[in-house]
Design a protein around this ligand. Sequence first.
Ligand code: 8YV
Length: 308
Amino acid sequence: MLQVGPLLPSLHRNLREAYDTVLLDEQPSGHLDEHGADYAAVVTTARYGVGRELMDRLPRLKVIVNFGVGYDTTDVGRAAERGIAVSNTPDVLNDCVADTAVGGLIDVMRRFAAADRFVRRGDWARGPFPLATKVSGKRVGILGLGRIGRAIARRLEGFDMEISYHSRSRVDGVPYGYAESPEKLAAWSDALIVAASGGPGTRGLVSAGVLDALGPEGYLVNVARGSVVDEPALVAALTGGRLAGAALDVFADEPNVPSPLLGLDSVLLLPHIASATRETREAMGELAFRNLRSFLENGTLVSPVPAP
Ligand code: 8YV
């Protein structure tokens, strides 16, 4: 089994104990020229994945086990062509990602992190912190009403918020309004939460036009992928005062954060931590391990990614 990228220590340990595990990072360059055909299984994370180039160097590959719900770093189209099975870790992280989205929304509207900086700077002695924006009762648009989007919506109901969404298609049986386009959703919303999956289908979905529709009183929260938002347009809107604020857990080129955002008090910047609790990461590791074991024992995955 080939490990691509660092893994959660407990997952790494379990893999090493159960299987002959080779870390690609520790191999000399050219390792795959000689040994590429030795590997039937790869375990990786959503951060690294298996792109086309790496996949093509593994001619006997049968399974890619991805730690993470997102699999935009793996070329699933190519995997399907080659009959390579791919798994991810859905559901077990819904709560933590939804908690982070709601926490980010409240933080950026009430400006808690900015207020904390205000106190630490000693500014309180010079006067009160400027008034912020009320959270409860506001209109929130959710872009992508999958499992995580629905977990976010359920939480927002507790804040008496009005909720609408836009997804590729309408979701049956939910009590939320459907907007025909991201622009229409943004125009209606006080805050827009991005919970759509990454990948080519959603690249730049939150465009300059969507940000304009959200407007100077609007807030953006992104717990999905940096690629879903036109990042230069977002930076321009925030620095130009055409958006009230943003809570961002994901960026186009992690770990690099656009430098103009670093000095902005209206932005909450998080280092891709939405799923990063001990409980959730352990559950993700267990699910990844069960996927590999199941595939190697009986050729089936516990949580296969949907067909592309
Ligand atoms: C993790 C994520 O940070 O699940 C995902 O898609 O983005 C996060 O949960 C990631 O899996 C770690 O590589």
